[in-house]
Design a protein around this ligand. Structure first.
Ligand SMILES: Nc1nc2c(ncn2[C@@H]2O[C@H](COP(=O)(O)OP(=O)(O)OP(=O)(O)O)[C@@H](O)[C@H]2O)c(=O)[nH]1
Ligand SMILES: [Mg+2]
Length: 448
C-alpha cells in the first residue's frame, strides 16, 4: 500500500513529508469568491517559493531558504500544482475553475544564523477554499425559516426580473403545496436563479453547493429552496433537507476543513466590482462581510469560539493588477483599501491582524506609453482572451474611490481579460508576476 502511494507521489514530483515532528506547521486558507483568482494565485505562490533564488526581492530573503512541495498530510484532495503550472507556462492558458477544497504542503529549510545552530524547518499547508462554501458557514446559525426570510429579502432588494419571477412562484404557494414534482421544480428554479445571479456578478449566494455542487450534483440533500413559513408539506420537506444540508455538508465538510488554520488570504476582485456597477459592488462588500462574520467579536457563537483562537492574520489581496497599466496601481490599491476598510476595522477589534496587497499572480501584459491625439497615455499590451491576438489597449483611468450609485458609469470600466503570455520559461524560472514577493513577505516573512 505504502509503495503504491510513494509511486504515485513520485510521478508528480512530490514526496512524503520529512519535516521532523514538532516543527511548526502553519495552515493558510486561500479564500475568495469564484473566479477571484485563487487557483492562479496559489500556483504562482508555490512557483515563486520553489524558484525563489531568481525572482524574489532581497527583503524576503532574510535568510536563505529552500522550499519543497509535499503531499498533503492527511486524507485531503491534492492541489495539483504540477498540472496547473504546466497549463499556464507551456499551454499559455488559464486553469479551469475548481469546485472543491484542495490542499498542498510546502516544507521549508531556512539557514540558521550561525553554523553551529540547526537550520530552521517548518511547513505550510495551503488550502484552496471556495468563498461560496465559506458563505455557507453563516447557515450554521440560521434556522430554515430565518434563512428563507433572509434569502427572500435579498432577492427583493435586487430589482432583478428573474428574481421577481421566483418571488411570484413563492407567493403562489399555500398550505396545500406538496409533491415531489413541485419540490424539484421550485428547487431548480431557485438554483438556476442563483447561477444566473452569479454570472450577473452577485456575491451573497447561499447555499454554495447549489452553484458548486462538486460531488453532490443530483444529491437529493440539495433539493430545497427558500419559501415563506406555512403548514404545508413542502415547507416541512424543505426544512428537513435544509437541516440535513447544514449538518452533513456545512458542518461536517465545509467547517471541518477550516479547523486549525492560522492565516487567511481573502482574494477580492476589485475589477469585477468596478465593472459590474453599484448593485454588485455593495453585494460583494456584504458577501465579504458575511464570509468574515465568523470572527466577529460580538458574535460569540460556537463557530467563532471554535475558530477565533487559531486565526491570527488576514491578508486581503486584489489580483489581476496587470489588467490595467502600472500608472493605475496606486488608485487600484486605494479601491482595495476602500472595499475592505470596515472589515479590517472589525477584525482589528477581534485582535486579528490584517493587511492588503495588490498583485498579479501571473503578469499577462506589459505597460507601455503611447501618444494619442497629442497626449501621452498608458496602454497595456497583451493577448486578449476574446480573440487570442496581441493588442495595445487603453484601459482608462482608475478612480481613487468607488463611484456614487448615480454616477457609476460601468462602460468607463469595461476591462478586458488577457491570456497568459506566450513565452518560454527556463527550468529555474517562476511565473512572471507583480508583487508576489510582497505577499510572501506579508504572509510568511516572520517564519523565514
Ligand atoms: N490578467 C490576469 N488575470 C488573472 C490573474 N489571475 C487570475 N486571472 C483571471 O481570473 C480567472 C479566474 O482565476 P482562478 O485562479 O481560476 O480563480 P478561482 O478563484 O480559483 O476560480 P474558481 O476555481 O472558479 O473559484 C482566470 O481564468 C483568469 O482569467 C492574473 O494574475 N492576471
Ligand atoms: Mg479555482
Amino acid at each position: 500500500m505504502k509503495n503504491t502511494i510513494l509511486k504515485k507521489l513520485k510521478s508528480v514530483g512530490e514526496s512524503l513529508p520529512t519535516i521532523p515532528t514538532g516543527s511548526k506547521h502553519i495552515k493558510i486558507a486561500i479564500t475568495g469568491l469564484s473566479r477571484s483568482g485563487k487557483t492562479v494565485f496559489i500556483s504562482s505562490l508555490i512557483d515563486q517559493l520553489l524558484h525563489q533564488n531568481r525572482l524574489l526581492s532581497l527583503s524576503v530573503q532574510k535568510s536563505a531558504f529552500k522550499a519543497s512541495i509535499k503531499a498533503p498530510l492527511h486524507n485531503a484532495q491534492r492541489f495539483d500544482y504540477y498540472s496547473l503550472i504546466e497549463v499556464m507556462k507551456r499551454e499559455h492558458k488559464w486553469p479551469r475553475g475548481t469546485d472543491s477544497i484542495t490542499h498542498t504542503v510546502l516544507e521549508f529549510e531556512s539557514k540558521s544564523r550561525f553554523a553551529f545552530m540547526n537550520n530552521k524547518t517548518f511547513s505550510i499547508e495551503l488550502i484552496d477554499y471556495p468563498g461560496e462554501w465559506l458563505l455557507d458557514l453563516s447557515l450554521l446559525e440560521l434556522e430554515y425559516e430565518q434563512w428563507s426570510v433572509q434569502s427572500l429579502q435579498w432577492l427583493m432588494s435586487l430589482d432583478d426580473e428573474e428574481a421577481d419571477t421566483y418571488l411570484e412562484s413563492v407567493d403562489s404557494l399555500d398550505s396545500r403545496s406538496k409533491g415531489m414534482e413541485l419540490e424539484l421544480m421550485l428547487h431548480t428554479q431557485y438554483k438556476n436563479l442563483l447561477s444566473n445571479l452569479k454570472t450577473r456578478h452577485y456575491s451573497r449566494i447561499t447555499p454554495g453547493r447549489f452553484i458548486m455542487p462538486s460531488d453532490l450534483a443530483n444529491d437529493p440533500i440539495l433539493h430545497f429552496a427558500p419559501i415563506k413559513k406555512s403548514d404545508s408539506a413542502l415547507h416541512e420537506v424543505y426544512k428537513m433537507r435544509y437541516e440535513a444540508y447544514v449538518k452533513e455538508v456545512v458542518k461536517d465538510i465545509h467547517l471541518e476543513h477550516f479547523r486549525g488554520f492560522e492565516r487567511q488570504v481573502v482574494l477580492v476582485d476589485v475589477i469585477e466590482a468596478l465593472q459590474s456597477g453599484y448593485g454588485c459592488y455593495s453585494d460583494m462588500r456584504a458577501g465579504l462581510s458575511d464570509m468574515l462574520k465568523l470572527y466577529n467579536h460580538k458574535n460569540k457563537n460556537f463557530i467563532s469560539q471554535w475558530l477565533s483562537p487559531s486565526i491570527k492574520n488576514v491578508l486581503f489581496v486584489a489580483t489581476k493588477a496587470d489588467q490595467v497599466s502600472a500608472s493605475q496601481h496606486a488608485n487600484f490599491s486605494l479601491l482595495l483599501e476602500e472595499m475592505v476598510g470596515v472589515l479590517r476595522h472589525e477584525l482589528d477589534i477581534s485582535h486579528i491582524k490584517t493587511d492588503t496587497q495588490l498583485v498579479s499572480a501571473l503578469k499577462s501584459t506589459v505597460s507601455i506609453e503611447k501618444k494619442h491625439e497629442g497626449m501621452k497615455l498608458s496602454f497595456v499590451r497583451g493577448i486578449l482572451s476574446e480573440d487570442g491576438k496581441l493588442h495595445d489597449l487603453y484601459p482608462g483611468e482608475m478612480p481613487s474611490h468607488f463611484p456614487n450609485k448615480n454616477s457609476w458609469d460601468t462602460e468607463a470600466y469595461a476591462y478586458k481579460g488577457f491570456l497568459p503570455p506566450r513565452r518560454e520559461y527556463s527550468a529555474d524560472e517562476a511565473l512572471e508576476h507583480i508583487n508576489m514577493d510582497k505577499v510572501i513577505e506579508k504572509l510568511i516573512g516572520d517564519l523565514l
